[in-house]
Design a protein around this ligand. Structure first.
Ligand code: SF4
Ligand code: SF4
Length: 282
């Protein structure tokens, strides 16, 4: 069962929820797909670390063979190639590694080379297999790292996998939720959080994913109630509310997993996990 946890912006509590759901699940996997700023491992502090590099293939030109026909430029739908000053220029940042230009070149003037874009790391923390992807600084897209993370052979053997998605609704988020059985949308229970929640709800609906909402930093009052009313109006399952609580805030900012160190929060996240399991079963 793959559960994706996502939010419209950073700081809404996505990692807090994802980490604690994985911890509450007992034997499970936690996958940090927030590859531009992965921080789940700071809570899990995994041991037995294995690390590997992720590379993508981009075309490279042999100018001696190129006759300037521009077939490669015309083929590339991503505008990753241009013919400038009588040579082919490759823009690695927008290349999608499809290999098509190499295939269509009549002169065999293009070949492929690998460039590293980041790393993936795996380790263990009290029954949880912890996977982390990290994008190299300056690299344009985390999608290849997320693909590799979620395709890991060991991951397929896990009964429960919790995916900590990147914030927002970009292509990295779509890649992260693509194979999810259920999406948990985390939103701040504020008027500002309402906008982000609606944006992410639109995405999960577009992708046809079953979903529910967790409202974080809940305080009794008009602003928080607005978000609850929105869930009712949008006919979205409200999975739970996480209180705006100093104990939780302190433990979390100290890098503790509250479901492991606090009985009340352990019970709360276990109950949340059971609710999600029931939702997945339908
Ligand atoms: S590999 Fe594909 S995306 Fe990259 S430059 Fe060639 S045609 Fe364009
Ligand atoms: S298709 Fe080959 S020969 Fe034609 S411009 Fe591109 S690299 Fe040069």
């Amino acid at each position: 069962m793959r559960i994706a946890v996502l939010s419209g912006k950073g700081g809404a509590g996505k990692t807090l929820i994802a980490v604690n759901l994985a911890a509450a699940a007992g034997r499970s996997a936690y996958v940090d797909c927030d590859v531009e700023a992965p921080n789940g491992h700071l809570f899990f502090k995994p041991t037995h670390i294995k690390k590997s590099e992720v590379a993508i293939k981009v075309p490279i030109l042999n100018p001696l063979l190129c006759n300037g026909c521009r077939a490669c430029v015309d083929f590339c739908r991503f505008n990753a190639l241009a013919y400038i000053k009588e040579t082919v220029v490759v823009f690695n940042d927008v290349c999608h590694s499809c290999g098509g230009c190499v295939y269509v070149c009549p002169q065999n003037a293009l070949s492929e080379r690998e460039i590293p874009v980041g790393t993936i790391q795996s380790g263990f923390s009290k029954g949880v297999s912890v996977y982390t992807g990290e994008l190299k600084i300056g690299m344009p897209s985390g999608v290849p790292i997320i693909k590799k993370l979620l395709d890991a052979k060991d991951l397929k053997q896990e009964v429960y996998t919790v995916v900590d998605c990147p914030p927002g609704s970009a292509c990295t988020v779509m890649e992260s939720i693509k194979d999810a059985d259920y999406c948990v949308v985390v939103a701040e229970a504020t008027a500002f959080g309402l906008h982000d929640m609606k944006m992410v709800l639109e995405l999960v609906r577009l992708m046809g994913k079953p979903h529910g909402v967790i409202l974080n930093k809940w305080i009794e009052g008009e602003a928080s109630e607005l978000t609850e009313t929105c869930c009712r109006e949008e006919e979205v399952k409200l999975l739970g509310k996480i209180p705006f609580d100093s104990t939780l805030g302190t433990l979390n900012s100290n890098g503790e997993i509250v479901a492991r160190v606090d009985d009340a929060y352990r019970a709360m996240f276990s109950a949340l996990f059971e609710t999600i399991k029931e939702e997945v079963k339908g």
